[in-house]
Design a protein. Structure first.
Length: 447
């Protein structure tokens, strides 16, 4: 990539917005157009290390697994593969992305929702060794796939601890699409699946998995889950001779979007105490798996957009950005508040000053950005850039073409401070083609 002195500043530190880097943001805007996403490798490493050290008190081996669903950009997958992290993968297509980006199938924890026979055949043939099942049908399909391919995957059972979760996205309900209940009269309980696995030579039992939700605001949900699991393990020991090799506690570590949330250290400390108790009680030195999509990727990325219109509605200023929920879905779906800053930032501005309303470019009233107290929006004039921070998780992967809008470019800044184009901006011609444009002239008859 062409070198620019603007871009060779602060090479050894994470990207922080300051007078010098503000010029870099404008320079990059000229190179790739706005909006664009900017991913910072330093933040990926820093958050991995924070999460890992949060569980350092665990009396055993801790494995961190990156949940690809949060952001499957090949540069991110390549970076995390390079540092030997594990991966939570949910579909054969995600596995394709990972393997093409340099990932190792032996580092994969495959947790599917669909759990199909052909799906399992595909991922086992590509070298995946650990699979989490969530239903009896899924387990039977895995056994058949393993038998056919003459493989013996390690299987984990996804349980639903049915606990109350305070989180932006909850995954543990009384009746849930995810996991099986710990007990009950149905043929699909954790104990029943465990017995099938124990009695089958095509799979070997590995452990249990649960995932409570995303952006967990109150970590006591984990404590409730550990307490239920503990009682379950005791009971299961009486009925089968299983050996617990791993416990996977899913994702959920929250991100500070400007509103206080528990830190990884606080959650880790609480969880480690409970999990160490489990080790003492079971006498088994199992591996702890902590999954994370949001915490590992969100803070690495900003969305750089431009103010393209502005007006006063009576006395209230409204600014319009050239982005919207088609590039940041959670502003509409979850009313997510992201910290925002006009570039150049006026640090002398009074934070009590009334801030403008921030509208997206879509013709939809849901397309408004909530403005939090930490956002700096003074001198928000047409032509200036607005940076939206902490958008690395669950945003790029949800890009959509509403209003025939193209996918923006993604730029990746590596740890040496060098910038790379990590995704080309889509052209409107490409989009037209993808949406079937040329089929108008080259008909494909299906009858
Ligand atoms: C099984 C599983 N693990 C991990 C995650 C990642 O959650 P988060 O991004 O909140 O860490 C998810 C998210 O949906 C999930 O379904």
């Amino acid at each position: 990539m062409e070198r620019s002195s603007l871009l060779y500043y602060e090479q050894k530190t994470a990207f922080t917005i300051n007078a010098y880097n503000e010029q870099a943001l404008y320079y990059l805007a000229e190179r790739v157009g706005t909006p664009y996403y900017l991913i910072d490798e330093r933040a990926l490493r820093a958050n991995y290390e924070k999460l890992k050290s949060a569980y350092s008190g665990f009396n055993g081996r801790t494995v961190i697994a990156y949940s690809i669903k949060a952001n499957f950009n090949p540069y991110i997958l390549n970076f995390y593969s390079g540092i030997g992290i594990n991966f939570d993968v949910t579909s054969p297509e995600e596995l394709y992305f990972l393997l093409k980006s340099g990932g190792n199938p032996e580092k994969v924890i495959y947790t599917s929702v669909t759990e199909g026979l052909n799906e399992y055949k595909e991922i086992l043939s590509k070298g995946v060794k650990r699979v989490i099942v969530s239903s009896l049908n899924g387990l039977n399909n895995l056994i058949s796939a393993a038998h056919e391919l003459n493989k013996v995957p390690e299987v984990g059972v996804r349980i639903n601890p049915e606990v109350q979760v305070k989180a932006e996205v909850k995954s543990s309900f009384k009746i849930s699409k995810f996991g099986v209940p710990l007990s009950g009269s149905s043929s699909e309980t954790a104990i029943k699946l465990l017995k099938i696995i124990e009695g089958n030579n095509n799979v070997v039992f590995g452990g249990f998995h649960f995932h409570l939700g995303s952006q967990i605001e109150d970590p006591s949900a984990y404590v409730q889950a550990f307490d239920k699991l503990r009682a379950f393990l005791k009971k299961a020991k009486k009925e089968t001779d299983y050996e617990l090799k791993f416990l996977d506690i899913g994702g959920g570590t929250p991100v500070n979007y400007g509103i206080k949330v528990p830190t990884p250290e606080e959650i880790g400390m609480q969880n480690v105490d409970k999990i160490n108790e489990l080790i003492n009680e079971t006498g088994k030195q199992f591996e702890l798996v902590v999954e994370s999509g949001r915490f590992l990727s969100a803070e690495s990325t900003m969305l750089v957009s431009k103010i393209v219109n502005s007006k006063f509605y009576n006395s209230r200023k409204i600014i319009y950005l050239d982005t919207g929920y088609h590039q940041l879905l959670d502003i509409a779906l979850l009313q997510q508040i992201y910290p925002m800053e006009v570039i150049p930032t006026d640090d002398t501005a009074n934070s009590q000053d009334e801030k403008p309303l921030v509208a997206g470019r879509l013709c939809d009233s849901m397309d408004m950005f909530q403005v939090g107290p930490e956002s700096k929006l003074s001198d928000a004039d047409i032509g200036k850039l607005v940076v939206i921070k902490n958008v690395g998780a669950y945003s790029i992967v949800f890009n959509m073409p509403f209003h025939s809008q193209v996918k923006p470019a993604v730029i990746y800044r590596d740890e040496d401070g060098e910038y790379f184009l990590a995704r080309k901006k889509q052209t409107v011609e490409d989009l037209y083609e993808e949406e079937g444009g040329s089929l108008l002239n080259n008909e494909v008859r299906l009858t």
